[in-house]
Design a protein around this ligand. Structure first.
Ligand SMILES: [Zn+2]
Length: 112
């Protein structure tokens, strides 16, 4: 898998975990310590990301709850639209960062 794609997926997961922690805090759990760990991990990931990808990611996460979506059976699970055949037949799909032509989210493929 492409390193940048890997970092994007990681950043996305960390953001979702941070969101989760914020919700738990509202529910009364003490999770501040882990929050700091997550923030540090996030910083590390951001450092490795190319600025253009980071900028796009930040725009997406502003607009949508999720900025990265899997593609399963040719369907983008961000917008649930079937991708053009040219996308689906490509080899080594996860070897580069791809953007859904319909919703603009970063996409990665679930491959057997
Ligand atoms: Zn999409």
């Amino acid at each position: 898998m492409d390193k940048q794609l890997e970092l994007l997926i990681m950043l996305h997961d960390l953001d979702l975990l941070l969101k989760e922690i914020n919700n738990e805090k509202k529910a009364g759990f003490e999770v501040t310590e882990h929050k700091e760990e997550l923030r540090k991990a996030k910083e590390k990931v951001i450092k490795g990301l190319e600025p253009t990808f980071l900028k796009r990611y930040e725009k997406l996460i502003d607009r949508y709850p999720r900025a990265v979506a899997p593609v399963i059976d040719g369907i983008c699970y961000g917008c649930f639209v079937t991708l053009p055949t040219s996308f689906v037949v490509r080899k080594n799909k996860n070897e580069e960062v791809t953007i859904c032509p319909y919703c603009g989210r970063f996409i990665y493929w679930f491959e057997d």
